[in-house]
Design a protein around this ligand. Structure first.
Ligand code: MG
Length: 449
């Protein structure tokens, strides 16, 4: 059986491998999976997204399903609305943080979470066996729904102490990355009484500002803006607004791990005896925070679908990924940059410390990641050679070579791009740099051997 779904939905280069014909067949397969009902359709700010949305809606209608078009919204907004406004499913048109020429389709179940891996397989089976119906007795219709943005913002506000946040009149820098959070994050900050400074706020499918993926290396403008404006915090979102990278009041960019540990520490102290789900490649420091709050930690393979679906089945309070994906179960079991921002503001509103002082209270952790261009075949070959050398390694996803509980290296092939990713954690910055250098060199050598 062929494969369509990567780590996060079905993605490809628009008009190359992600053609209108392909999208049509894929949506008929998704329609056969949904069977009936009303589907909410939304899209990110990519140039091809509005065109694709027309194919998506008309194909759903051809298959007899009704749809409501939400327009340009962040992925977590579409997911929240699918769950809370009683839709039978959702379809988000996005390639998240991929380069501009990409686009993608992400089906959302009626519970507001990406469909499970098993359900992805069901859609692939329908697609490859072409078992979608060819003759439809009735056509569906398309309406638009422009109310979901405010309903989503109200949903976030219902999870935090709005009056306390408002009373602090925080100064926040938003790096919107020319992406979809431009339509929600600015309004959210306004409604939380913040003074907002924006960077890269114009939605542009070419992502001319700093690209569509926020990383600690491309957020200098955010960092400068935070320092210049003496802001309380800064935050950068990815193209579809589910991931967020924070910047502290000193202009220091935090890893996704660091901000997740900060929020987890705050939320688990508030809600002890909870469950936390995270991927195998995030910092081991979470173990400490979880045990101090009598909570439970569950590790999964890398991928937000794995974390989200595990959160649903375990009814977990929190989930996170090291790349800035943070999930708050009381709101929705998905990554949500807007929700993460509101939680960080609530944390600050209940503290007399600055963000950097709050970070200083956490035990130190040193994590990083790198990537190397590499085909899937080469990545598999490298991982299998490493496994020969380190047979006791964790193979939940790729290979995690564990030296002790504070020192490890993990190598896996990306599910969305032709690259191999290398993650590491160590007990000091110096040791982390040495470890990463050693393994980057090792992988480069294996790649050409
Ligand atoms: Mg994303």
């Amino acid at each position: 059986m062929g494969k369509l779904f990567g780590t996060n939905g079905v993605r490809g280069i628009f008009s190359e491998d992600f053609t209108l014909e392909f999208i049509h067949d894929l949506i008929l397969s998704i329609s056969a999976y949904f069977k009936h009902g009303t589907i909410l359709v939304g899209y990110d700010g990519r140039h091809s997204s509005p065109v694709i949305s027309k194919i998506v809606c008309s194909t759903l209608n051809t298959a007899g399903l009704d749809c409501n078009l939400a327009g340009l919204v962040p992925t977590p907004c579409l997911e929240f609305a699918t769950k809370n406004l009683g839709y039978d499913g959702g379809i988000m048109i996005t390639a998240s943080h991929n380069p501009p020429e990409y686009n993608g389709i992400k089906p959302v179940a009626s519970d507001g979470v990406e469909i499970s891996r098993d359900d992805e397989k069901k859609i692939e089976e329908i697609f490859f066996q072409k078992t979608w119906k060819h003759h439809y007795s009735k056509l569906g219709s398309t309406k638009s729904d422009s109310s979901i943005i405010q309903k989503y913002i109200d949903g976030i506000k219902s999870q935090v102490d709005v009056s306390n946040i408002k009373s602090r009149k925080f100064k926040v820098v938003l790096d919107l990355g020319n992406g979809a959070q431009s339509v929600t994050a600015i309004k959210l900050c306004e409604q939380l009484g913040c003074e907002t400074i924006t960077v890269n706020e114009r939605i542009d499918g070419n992502f001319p500002g700093r690209g569509s993926e926020p990383t600690p290396n491309n957020l200098q403008e955010l960092s400068e803006a935070v320092k210049k404006n003496k802001a309380d915090l800064g935050i950068a979102f990815d193209g579809d607004g589910d991931r967020s990278i924070f910047c502290d009041n000193d202009g220091k960019i935090l890893s996704g791990d660091k901000s997740a540990l900060l929020l987890a520490n705050y939320l688990l102290n508030k809600n002890p005896n909870s469950k936390v789900v995270t991927c195998i490649n995030s910092s081991n420091l979470i173990d400490e925070i979880v045990s101090q709050t009598n909570s439970t930690l569950i590790r999964t393979k890398v991928g937000s679908v794995e974390v989200s679906r595990k959160m649903v089945s375990e009814n977990a309070l929190l989930g996170f990924e090291e790349n800035g994906g943070f999930m708050y179960g009381k709101h929705n079991h998905v990554r949500d940059g807007g929700m993460a921002l509101a939680l960080a503001l609530e944390l600050l509103s209940h503290s007399n410390n600055t963000l950097s002082e709050e970070l200083g209270l956490l035990p130190p952790s040193f994590t990083t990641k790198e990537k190397i261009s590499c085909s899937k075949e080469d990545a598999d070959r490298i991982i299998s050679k490493l496994l020969d050398e380190f047979p006791d390694s964790d193979t939940t996803d790729g290979i995690k070579i564990i030296f002790d509980n504070k020192n490890w290296i993990m190598i896996r092939s990306s599910g969305t791009e032709p690259i191999i990713r290398i993650y590491g954690e160590s007990d000091s910055q110096k040791n982390l740099e040495t470890l990463m250098k050693q393994y980057m060199h090792k992988i480069q050598t294996l790649l050409v051997s």
